[in-house]
Each structure stands twice: as C-alpha cells, then as structure tokens.
Design a protein around this ligand. Structure first.
Ligand code: G3H
Ligand code: 13P
Ligand code: ZN
Length: 320
C-alpha cells in the first residue's frame, strides 16, 4: 500500500471526531511497534521524523524501514517531517516523498514566521504536500502567569485566537500547532498539570467564525508520561523524579475540541527505556540485543494500542 496523504486522514478524522496519533520514529523497533499496534487496532497512522531522527538513523534507512512497514500492513500511513526548521529541509522532505511537513518558525516574530511558512506552503502545495505550522511558544504551563482562561494577550507565549486566524489566512498552511501550556519532554508541569483548554476552544471558534471551517489543530507535547512506566524506569535504576505529562482527560477534551493530530514521542521513549532497563536489571548477564529490544518493543506496542484505543479514539477507523 502506498503512503497516504495527511489531507485525507485529517478530513476523515474531523468528520469522525477522532484524533490521529503522530508518533515519532528513530529506529526499526519503534516503527515495528507502532505500525503493528495500529494494524491490529485498525487505526490510521502518522509516522513523524524529526531533523534529529534523520541525523541519527540516516534518511535513507528511515525511508526503507517505513517502506517495509507500509508493504507489510494494510492501514493508511502518512509520513510527516516534525519541526522542520528551514525551507530547505522541508523542500528536501517533500522531494523525498513525505506527504506533509511541519515548518516551525514559531521562535520568529509573527511576520517572519508567516513569511517562512508561506514559502514552504507555496512549494509544498505545488508538489502535493501539506504543511503544518506553529504559532506561539511551547513553554509549558509554568510560564502562563496572566494568560490563563483564554485572555487575548498577543505578547504572551500562548497562541492568540485572532492571530491564529490572521496567520492561517496569510500563509495558507493546512494545519496549525497551538501553544496552550503544552511543552515537549517528560517534565511538563511543575505544579498542577493542566492545559488552557478554554483558549483552545476560542482558537477553534475564531477559525470557524472566520470562514476557515473545521480547521485542523495540532497538539504537540501530548505525552501523558504514564506514572507506572516512570515507576518502572526508576525501579530498575533510572532517575526520572517528578516526571509529569498531560493528563489523558485533557487530551480527550483537546480531541473533542478539534486537535486532529496529537504528537507523541516522550511516552514511546519512556516505554522503550523501561523495557530495556527491566531486562538489564533482572538479567544482568544478558547481552543479546534481541533479548532486551524485543520486550522493549512489546512495551511500546502496548502503549500505542492504549493510545489509539482509549485516548485518541482512532482505533477501528483505518478504513472509514
Ligand atoms: O518535538 C520533538 C520530538 O520529540 C522530537 O525530538 O528532536 O529529539 O528527535 P528530537
Ligand atoms: P512529547 O514530548 O510530549 O512526546 O511531544 C512530542 C512532540 O510534540 C513531537 O513534535
Ligand atoms: Zn513537537
């Protein structure tokens, strides 16, 4: 089966009110675990590759591994560049056959971000690619003083609803990553875990009111950092004190509010690490990589099955 376009996946997800899991991949075990889980759950899938993943694994290896996974499965799979930081990298990925790319110029002022995004959109659309852009800064909730509850601050880190409309109209980007207190990694919140879901609703409504329809939003930093996996990591010699993620109930609300693409990387890393650490701790004489990578791969597969079934609710929608 050839690669699927995110455009088609988004349209169906919006209609069916479910979210697509966008899982980061770096190596064979992660790809196998994710694709097998989604195949068994009949879930549509986005595999995403960061610049760092390309540097680690070599783009050709990743491409061939994904080709193998696609040829062995029946579900729709899209391949997406995660956090592309230049026009050149986005162009390269489109030329290599990625069905969509993210241009992340969110660190730039609004106009510069829009200018770079527009350039990527022009190229991508000419070559049948889609573009995700980002507005706002993924600084997490600890920096949100004075921004809670959807206040329309345009100087803050969070995405401003009116600016989101302006940005989408000016750039023509196909989806937008929002900043609502989310952040990457395993240490997302210092105090109470929460996202500014009121703001998310306002962003969605502003886009709808501006005639942009049921516009697809993207939630980065959506790992929930499962505490039982963190406990396993710590039990078997790791050190992840105070690791905290987004509560699954918040992801549920985000999904219902229109976050159509939900990015997960950290949870995969923790599951893989817990699996490897357990074997190392319990069988210190073991040195066959298959004996520790195998159980670790199975742990990632379990995690992905749980996400697509119980959190994203995309299980069973592969052939909609
Ligand atoms: O958003 C970042 C993703 O988790 C990818 O991380 O740049 O370390 O590959 P990475
Ligand atoms: P997490 O670090 O929460 O897994 O977020 C991943 C992500 O947003 C990739 O772009
Ligand atoms: Zn991200």
């Amino acid at each position: 089966m050839p690669l699927t376009h995110t455009r088609d996946l988004f349209a169906k997800a919006l209609k069916g009110k479910y979210a697509l899991g966008a899982f980061n991949v770096n190596n064979m075990e992660l790809i196998q675990a994710i694709v097998e889980a989604c195949e068994e759950e009949k879930a549509p899938l986005i595999l995403q590759i960061s610049k760092g993943a390309r540097q680690y694994a070599n783009p050709v290896y990743l491409k061939k591994l994904i080709e193998a996974a696609v040829s062995l499965s029946t579900i729709p799979i899209a391949v997406h560049l995660d956090h592309g930081d230049t026009f050149e990298l986005c162009k390269q990925c489109i030329d290599e056959g990625f069905t969509s790319v993210m241009i992340d110029a969110s660190h730039e002022p609004f106009e510069k971000n829009a200018e770079i995004t527009r350039k990527v959109v022009e190229y991508a659309h000419k070559h049948n690619g889609s573009v995700e852009a980002e507005l706002g800064h993924l600084v997490g909730a600890q920096f949100d003083d004075g921004e809670e509850g959807g206040a329309h601050s345009s100087s803050g880190h969070y995405t401003n609803p009116d600016e989101a409309v302006k940005f989408v109209k000016e750039t023509g980007c196909d989806s937008l990553a929002v900043a609502i207190g989310n952040s990457h990694g395993a240490y997302k919140f210092k105090g109470t875990q929460h996202l500014d879901l009121e703001r998310l609703k306002l962003i969605k409504k502003a886009l709808m009111d501006a005639g942009l329809g049921d516009y697809p939003l993207v939630l980065h930093g959506a790992s929930s950092v499962p505490q039982q996996l963190v406990a396993e990591v710590n039990k078997y010699g790791g050190k992840m004190p105070d690791a905290q993620g987004v509560p699954e109930a918040d992801i549920e609300v985000a999904r219902r509010t229109g976050c159509t693409k939900v990015n997960i990387d950290t949870d995969l890393r923790i599951a893989l690490t817990a699996g490897i650490r357990k074997v190392f701790a319990e069988s210190p004489k073991e040195f066959d990589p298959r004996k520790y990578l195998g159980p670790a791969r199975a742990a990632v597969k379990d995690l992905v099955r749980h996400k697509v079934k119980n959190v994203l609710c995309c299980a069973g929608h592969a052939f909609d």
